[in-house]
Design a protein around this ligand. Structure first.
Ligand code: A3P
Length: 319
């Protein structure tokens, strides 16, 4: 009943007020410690509605990631793999839409304003993305046959990428933090959807237990051999390339279309915003492995590496 809904809403509001808080990485943003992760306070109401109301379909494909790990890239790839029978590289909507518009975030976009959206589509599969940790995904997703593709990246490069994202060309959301401050927060686990180690380990462990359910990808390995990964992703999401497609070079075409160089140079990605404070262009920078050497001191690197080693030790996951 409505009355019950109102009671729940009241409970949720109370809960949000009581959660521990810390300052976020972007300007005036705040993080709330919810279910063991640092949730951007602004999207917490959306996440609560998502957790309560989302109904998975078996064909759904969910892209999960830590921020700044290659989310935008994977969105372009997944969209292109799934829709390759409908579009060619010369007429794909990727040429005129930012990847975040084509494969929307659950918590930022679809459940914006904490309202449950209508998620029916004309042609399955539905494609969604999220930064929510595995442990906080609704049980229904874990029990369904939907597929989860996860991407993460060496945390040292993630810090540098985030620092640029937060400060470059954005005086309005420029925080007063130095790189040292970012490193400090990161090592304490206080970044959006962090700690990063819990985020990675949650999906990592599930990918070991249920390899047919969670595909665990690393940015570095994707960069090293993109085509091989495009094939692997396609198989995993039940859209394998046929021999004919392979011999026609479709895998290479998709890899090229979704490359940083191609996407960054598109007019749509050079201008405009996909959310009020987020310029399309800030999602496309250098895309290099090891860019940290240009931005971090050796003592910062040592500190971060120590945390990575300590937190991931014994898991079989390393960078
Ligand atoms: P850098 O800041 O190191 O360049 P996310 O999409 O998760 O926000 O991650 C952003 C990072 O991915 C940025 O890294 C960005 O340049 C890189 N990136 C964006 N599109 C890419 C693509 N098509 N291929 C490779 N890297 C890409």
């Amino acid at each position: 009943s409505n009355e019950h809904e109102c009671d729940h809403q009241h409970d949720d509001d109370q809960l949000q007020l009581q959660l521990p808080k810390t300052k976020g990485w972007l300007g005036s943003s705040a993080l709330s410690l919810y279910q063991g992760f640092w949730c951007p306070s602004r999207v917490l109401p959306n996440i609560m509605v998502f957790q309560k109301h989302f109904q998975p379909h078996n064909q759904d494909i969910i892209l999960a990631s830590t921020p700044k790990s290659g989310t935008t890239w994977l969105k372009a790839l997944l969209f292109s793999i799934v829709n390759r029978a409908r579009y060619t590289p010369s007429n794909t909507p990727l040429l005129t839409s930012n990847p975040h518009q084509l494969l929307p975030f659950l918590e930022f976009t679809l459940y914006a304003d904490a309202k449950a959206p209508n998620l029916t589509v004309a042609t399955p599969p539905r494609l969604f993305s999220t930064h929510i940790p595995y442990a906080s995904l609704p049980e229904s997703i874990k029990c369904s046959e939907c597929r989860i593709v996860y991407i993460c990246r060496n945390p040292i490069d993630v810090i540098v990428s985030f620092w640029h994202f937060a400060t470059r060309d954005h005086p309005e959301r420029c925080s007063l933090w130095t790189m040292e401050d970012y490193v400090e927060k990161f090592c304490k686990g206080e970044q959006g959807f962090g700690p990063f180690w819990d985020h990675m380990l949650g999906y990592w462990k599930e990918s070991l237990v249920k390899p047919e359910k969670v595909l665990f990808l690393k940015y570095e390995e994707m960069k090293e051999d993109t085509a091989a990964h495009v094939k692997r992703i396609a198989e995993f999401i039940r859209f394998p390339f046929s021999e004919e497609e392979e011999s026609k070079g479709v895998v290479g075409e998709i890899s090229e279309l979704c490359s940083l160089g191609t996407l960054r140079d598109l007019e749509v990605n050079k201008s405009g915003k996909f959310m009020p404070n987020f310029d399309n262009k800030s999602y496309f920078r250098k895309g290099e492995v090891g860019d940290w050497v240009n931005h971090l001191s050796s003592s910062m690197v040592e500190r971060i590496n120590k945390v990575i080693e300590e937190k991931l030790s014994g898991s079989g996951l390393a960078f």
